[in-house]
Design a binder for this molecule. Sequence first.
Ligand SMILES: [Mg+2]
Length: 176
Amino acid sequence: MLKLFTPTWLKERFSDIPVSFFVKHNIKTIFTDLDNTLISPKNPNATQELTKWINEMKEAGIQVVLVSNNKSSRIEKVAKQVEVPFVYPALKPFHKGLEQAMSVVKCPKEQIVMMGDQLMTDVLGGTTFGLKTILVKPLDKNDGLGTRINRVFEKMILKALYGKNLAMLWEVKSND
Ligand SMILES: [Mg+2]
């Protein structure tokens, strides 16, 4: 059971993950959450940091698709700013959005990673769909109500997976 919630990799911040990491692990496509993974939920626009990172991925031939549970038009706005395909509402951990994203990229599952800041949606959805997963540290402490409830369970699961020292989680486990 815990296995379904275990990310393949832990990374502190998306922009810390270089092209070479994905090349090393033969990842050709990144499905990624938006809120608290790539930008703060409070931010309506792509940041310079995000645009730079996405451009580096594109130049290396790595596809990026936004797969978000958010249903607001902000997903479309940010996706257009950084010029990547998008899917919403994805209903993670269910597979609707992931199926849709698969039809956009035409890439085998073994070469796709699902990246996000939540165990209960991004990691669980990715794992049960047969993808590798990256859990990142949430960019912002503020979450919506649904996410705050998920965070309670998330904390319990992270403790079970990695021990009590959660404060150290990102420093200790981020290397690979
Ligand atoms: Mg998120």
